[in-house]
Design a protein around this ligand. Structure first.
Ligand code: CUA
Length: 155
């Protein structure tokens, strides 16, 4: 079978480009740890409110100016309510939704995650600057969407 010279050339170029891109992906995933999360934690939305992690969750100090809190993002509030922490505190947030997809955005920080029903979202932030930070839902979630706002006071 005869393959035209140009056709061969483009087959080779096409294959090379494919392998270069796969190579870049492999380097990013295995050497730079930029791959998608492989241990995604899941939770049954119906069980979020009663679950060990989220039922009656409070801000807990776990280290020297280090805290963790499990928060429920639900129609139309974040539970528990407003938080107060000292300046310089690092807070590890664990988030889940019992109903629909919500957003979790903290103003004046780069914290901005989606809270998708069925999944547990985690994000950490160190609050170096004293002030009031707003936690906002930035995924439209229904008629009370605009009421989803909490305050983090950093003293
Ligand atoms: Cu929750 Cu918008």
């Amino acid at each position: 079978m005869h393959i035209h010279r140009y056709e061969k050339l483009w087959l080779i170029i096409g294959s090379l480009i494919l392998f270069i891109f796969l190579g870049i992906l492999a380097v990013q995933t295995f050497f730079l740890e930029m791959g998608p999360p492989s241990h995604a934690e899941t939770i049954d939305p119906e069980e979020v409110r009663e679950s060990e992690i989220f039922a009656d969750a409070e801000l807990q100090q776990i280290g020297d100016n280090e805290y963790e809190i499990a928060m429920i993002a639900e129609m139309f509030a974040f539970q528990p309510g407003d938080l107060e922490i000292p300046a310089g505190a690092t807070v590890h947030f664990t988030l889940a939704s019992p109903d629909v997809t919500h957003g979790f955005k903290i103003t004046d920080t780069n914290v901005n995650v989606m809270v998708v029903p069925g999944h547990i979202s985690k994000v950490s932030h160190t609050f170096n600057e004293p002030g009031e930070y707003l936690i906002l839902c930035n995924e439209y979630c229904g008629l009370g969407h605009e009421y989803m706002a909490n305050t983090i006071t950093v003293n």
